[in-house]
Design a protein. Sequence first.
Lengths: 76, 174
Amino acid sequence: MDRSAQRKGLTAINGANALITVLVIVQMWLVSAALESALAGRADAALPAAIASGVIFAGSLFLLRFVSRVDRETRR
Amino acid sequence: MKTGTGDPDRSDLPLWREEISFRDEDERYVARRQFGRFLVLTSAAMFAGNVWIWLRSRMHRAASVLAVPIARLGEIAVGEVKTFSFPGPNEPCLLIRRGVDDYVAFEQKCTHLSCAVVYSRERDRLECPCHLGYFSATTGAVLQGPPPRPLARIRLERRDDELFALAVETDGDR
């Protein structure tokens, strides 16, 4: 196995995982903000928060596909 | 049997052999990939949570409750309290008679961690004994302590000699 390619692959996977972590933290904030405003009787923030959360989830899935692809290619 | 990656010299390996690798360099990949999957699973859970909050808030808005009789006039003395459930059986509320003709009602669950609040006649306020959160007995506004929101107020209506609970007024309805 090519060590240099392996190192690059690991760096890419680390970067993608770090980005997904940041996105999940943003989603946690969205959930807590939407819950807080829903409990206070202001439901108008719930739909935009759900849409934003869905977009972030799609981004996370894309990054996971990227991780799988890099993993496959680097280990070939 | 399900196999792992498209690697030609490993295509005959079962998935568990690839996931539990005995090669050190392979193990790093597996750990990172599994961590990525775990993160995406968490992301899916957060998305589901957001959708659930949205659906619940829609249902809450759509639900209409009929007027519910909660007490007869004069049933409780001035400064006294009566508990009742509104709009559902698991939502305890307090009816307070603050004056001869002055009735107010609030949800009994503290907005901090849902402890039951009690009415203090001497201080004319609602008090949560768990973390010393105090609420105004007039508006339900937070006077002191950790509660983040006012108590939900119950809209009352007097019909003949009976009091009816009509609706729950949260912070956003006022």
